[in-house]
Design a binder for this molecule. Structure first.
Ligand SMILES: Nc1nc2c(ncn2[C@@H]2O[C@H](COP(=O)(O)OP(=O)(O)OP(=O)(O)O)[C@@H](O)[C@H]2O)c(=O)[nH]1
Ligand SMILES: [Mg+2]
Length: 297
């Protein structure tokens, strides 16, 4: 029990003051929660808040809102402060995850979309380019990616490649190896899924059973799971704090992200052009070839 209290206090009193990260201009840790629609992102955020603050359970980050998880055109990133220094961000879940949608998720992850505002991600290439280049460095956030995945799904080979690419890009964008949260731990094969993520090079993989509206009876074991995850995250931040000079200032990180996003958007546009061209060619009736005829003069 004392251990639980210590872990809680460390989270509540943590600040970047003692770290070199502050001298590089960072003053807030943004835990960027992302993952497929319905895998438990909002519930994970609610669970962390409940474990740290207690009180009455509130599903503040709304659980599975049907309209949002269906991939509408308006996206919203909602922030939930956990402490003065740590803020949780509920990024919109991605469903079909085509190139275009992934690009949008990367702009959320790279903090190039504003928090707590409705944002429409343009389908027009020029407008997207403008949005990326115009994104201001308007925060002093240290971005840390958290990938939420339900063990109800084991990874098939093709989704493994897709997730691997996503995690690699998330690491490049933020400078942090993503932290993997395996939700619904009693509803699937947690050992296999954990092994799959380890096989993708992920070092921190945590199975959890979230507190939800249906089941939020507090237990020491559950609280311990969520508080330990937060403490491991702070260890990771401290580690990077010691390596701060190699991590770079927020301006450098921001420029790197803009550059990376422009490259991704450009690559996607080229792929789209190729697909359009192929579709055009497929539509054209194939010209019948004249039968070879040989006239004997
Ligand atoms: N048993 C169990 N159910 C969970 C767990 N986490 C989430 N759920 C349930 O799964 C459903 C989806 O959870 P959400 O937290 O809304 O998922 P989400 O990723 O935020 O979904 P979107 O916002 O639509 O992308 C809800 O009905 C939750 O109650 C868990 O760890 N265990
Ligand atoms: Mg949600």
């Amino acid at each position: 029990m004392e251990e639980l209290q210590d872990q809680k206090e460390r989270v509540l009193s943590y600040n970047l003051g003692s770290s070199e990260l502050e001298s590089l201009g960072y003053n807030r840790i943004l835990l960027q929660v992302c993952g497929r629609a319905g895998h438990g992102k909002s519930s994970f955020i609610n669970s962390l808040r409940y474990a740290v603050h207690g009180g009455r359970f509130e599903a503040t980050a709304s659980e599975a809102s049907a309209t949002e998880s269906q991939g509408g055109n308006t996206r919203r990133r909602t922030s939930y402060p956990l402490t003065e220094v740590i803020t949780l961000v509920d990024n919109r879940g991605f469903g079909k995850a085509d190139n275009y949608e992934k690009e949008e998720i990367y702009t959320q992850l790279g903090n190039l979309q504003p928090l707590d505002e409705e944002v429409v991600w343009e389908s027009c290439f020029d407008k997207r380019m403008k949005a990326i280049t115009a994104a201001k460095l308007n925060s002093k956030d240290l971005l840390l990616p958290i990938f939420v995945y339900s063990v109800q799904c084991t990874m098939a080979d093709e989704s493994k490649e897709e997730i691997k690419e996503f995690l690699k890009n998330a690491q490049k964008l933020t400078g942090f190896l993503p932290i993997i949260i395996l939700t619904k731990r009693y509803l699937g094969d947690v050992t296999t899924v954990k092994q799959q993520f380890k096989g993708l090079g992920m070092e921190q993989v945590f199975p959890v059973e979230n507190y939800t509206s249906e089941d939020h009876i507090k237990t020491p074991k559950k609280d311990k799971t969520f508080l330990s995850i937060l403490n491991k995250i702070l260890d990771h931040v401290n580690f990077l704090g010691k390596e701060a000079s190699s991590f770079g200032t927020q301006e450098e990180q921001h420029l790197k992200r803009v550059q990376m996003l422009l490259e991704i958007a450009h690559k996607n546009e080229k792929e789209k052009e190729k697909e359009n061209l192929k579709a055009e060619l497929d539509k054209k009736p194939v010209e019948k070839k004249e039968k070879f005829s040989c006239k004997i003069l």
